[in-house]
Design a protein around this ligand. Structure first.
Ligand code: GDP
Ligand code: MG
Length: 188
């Protein structure tokens, strides 16, 4: 068992997940559900806008560090630095738009293109998220459009409602499964 422990396997199960998307689409709301901020005994905050939590998915534990740092800096110079950094360090990305805001959907496409350019050679897990699915009367982006966009961009897709806590757990479990698929295909 000594040899099993020597391969730094503790680190292999820790992954940085970066939330991307326009202001107001619901990134912080999704992050706080992940962190369990509404649960009274939650201590998953590991720094400003960073949350760590271990999820058990399909009987296996994986720790995600969710970073809601995309909009952290108000000064334009700093923001550019932070955003470049975000594009470099993620092990997985959640690109969020609001189904009630078409321009946020267009921004999501731009972010996907940017990410592809910066991380060219890598096959990083990306999930496109249409949030605010509860606001049916204000919908500007159809489910089919989101799904089609994900096909074009070769990523996963899910619609969520942070307000109703609908599909949020499924979103983070989906990321864990995507990460494992890539890990397992590397091993063989
Ligand atoms: P961020 O700027 O991307 O971090 O977005 P926030 O999480 O701060 O959310 C922006 C606003 O949208 C807030 O007023 C949230 O309460 C609201 N919001 C976030 N998610 C949802 C959702 O799923 N449904 C509805 N109806 N409102 C949401
Ligand atoms: Mg925010």
């Amino acid at each position: 068992s000594d040899s099993e422990e020597s391969d730094s396997s503790g680190y292999e199960c820790l992954y940085r997940v970066i939330l991307l998307g326009d202001h107001g689409v619901g990134k912080s709301s999704l992050a706080s559900i992940f962190a369990g901020i509404q649960e009274k005994d939650a201590h998953n905050c590991i720094g400003e806008d960073m949350y760590e939590r271990t999820l058990t998915v399909d009987g296996e534990e994986t720790t995600l560090i969710v970073m809601d740092t995309w909009e952290a800096e108000k000064q334009e110079e700093d923001e550019k630095w932070v955003q470049d950094y975000c594009m470099q360090v993620g092990n997985a990305y959640v690109i969020v738009y609001s189904i009630t805001d078409r321009s946020s959907f267009e921004s999501a496409s731009e972010l996907r293109i940017q990410l592809r350019r910066i991380r060219q050679a890598e096959n990083i897990p990306i999930i496109l998220v249409g949030n605010k699915s509860d606001l049916v009367r204000c919908r500007e982006v159809a489910v089919e459009e989101g799904r089609a966009c994900a096909v074009v961009f070769d990523c996963k897709f899910i619609e969520t409602s942070a307000s109703l806590n609908h599909n949020v757990q499924e979103l983070f479990e989906g990321i864990v499964r995507q990460i494992r698929l890539r890990r397992d295909s590397k091993e063989t």
